[in-house]
Design a protein around this ligand. Structure first.
Ligand SMILES: Cc1ncc(COP(=O)(O)O)c(C=O)c1O
Length: 350
């Protein structure tokens, strides 16, 4: 290990993101991006923001964006934190609420959580999903530490009802409970409405998925004023300007164009349901999905074999060589055309 590294860096196990190939044109169904471009209003706003004002620092308080988020979701703007992708908001949350303490999350979940735990010296305990790969709310009652749950969960795509989340919140009034709603727009109900009753709840959103802006890096947190002030303290001890002028302009435009958002979201949900039917006809087991991705396994062929064969045919999906899920594949929902090519390729492989 490099002698220049600090003990902290020596001990890290960094996250490995899904492949972003540069050499060849693939059908990319591996990183849960949106197959549709961002709203034309976003492109226009970004072009307009690319002007001489770039010599000036952006607004460190992100007032315009927070005001737009607050109009969209009906929250006070002091209950909103904005950051450079929800990954940054998640990292700051680990620092603000859990550093040096303990946290609980599912054994099969977003693989960045253990990485943030390593970075902020957070002890963590993984709670196994049940045999149907679902979160059992009772497993989180009276936890002796914080809790983080993605809803829908990734990579399983399964959704937990808001009333179950409320039970977890009720029995953990002394612990911060984070609900990571990166994929909530694809069919689930957000638990933002619970914020006024539960001061221990932090809900995290992103523009990367349903708003087609993974490349702009914008995420939010909603919570009590107290929790938001904790996030502000961390941010202002790290970088006052986490969102640049271009990102701020694009994010505001994205949130204002509701009809484009509704339209693309609907198309993805319809394509998802059609894809599920086609996969079932090919002997795949498909978990219920309320996300822009599906989690599948074939009744006869091994996941790794299918993953490699698809790659040879120019289609990227995600295979996790991890206990319990090493015979599953995560497939992002693309356009109808992309999913037809995917299904055709599977027919040939099978
Ligand atoms: C569950 C979950 N949370 C958060 C993120 C991070 O999203 P972003 O940093 O692009 O906002 C992802 C990305 O794939 C995710 O799957």
């Amino acid at each position: 290990m490099n002698d220049f590294f600090s003990e902290l860096v020596k001990g890290l196990e960094p996250y490995v993101p899904g492949e972003q190939p540069k050499n060849k044109k693939y059908i990319k169904l591996n990183t849960n991006e949106n197959p549709y471009p961002p709203s034309p209003e976003v492109i226009k706003a970004i072009r307009e923001a690319a002007n001489e004002d770039l010599r000036l620092y952006p607004d460190p308080e992100c007032e315009d964006l927070r005001k737009t988020v607050s109009d969209c979701y009906g929250m006070k703007h002091k209950q909103i934190f904005v950051g450079n992708g929800s990954d940054e908001v998640l990292a700051f949350s680990f620092g603000a609420f859990f550093a040096g303490k303990k946290i609980f999350f599912p054994d099969i979940t977003y693989s960045f959580y253990p990485v943030y735990a390593g970075l902020f010296n957070v002890a963590y305990e993984e709670i196994p999903l049940n045999k149907d790969f679902e979160i059992d709310a009772a497993d989180y009652f009276k936890a002796d530490g914080g809790i983080i749950i993605p809803n829908p969960n990734a990579p399983t795509s399964k959704y937990l009802d808001t009333n179950k989340i409320e039970e977890i919140l009720k029995s953990n009034s002394k612990n911060v409970v984070i609900i990571d709603e990166a994929y909530i727009d694809f069919g689930g109900n957000t638990c933002i409405s619970l914020l006024n009753q539960y001061a221990n709840l932090l809900v995290i959103h992103t523009l990367s998925k349903a708003r087609s802006l993974a490349g702009l890096r914008v995420g939010f947190a909603f919570g009590s004023e107290e929790l938001i002030s904790g996030l502000d303290r961390i941010k202002n001890s790290f970088n006052s300007y986490t969102l640049d002028r271009v990102a701020l302009a694009g994010a505001v435009a994205a949130l204002k164009d509701d009809s484009y958002f509704q339209e693309t979201k609907k198309k993805i949900i319809q394509t998802r349901e059609r894809t599920i039917q086609a996969l079932k006809a090919l002997n795949f087991i498909v978990m219920d999905s309320k996300s822009n991705f599906i989690f599948i396994s074939h009744k006869k062929l091994e996941a790794e074999f299918i993953f490699k064969k698809l790659r040879d045919r120019g289609i990227l999906i995600r295979f996790f060589n991890k206990p319990r899920i090493n015979n599953f594949m995560r497939v992002t929902i693309g356009t109808d055309r992309e999913m037809q090519v995917f299904i055709k390729a599977l027919e040939k492989i099978i």
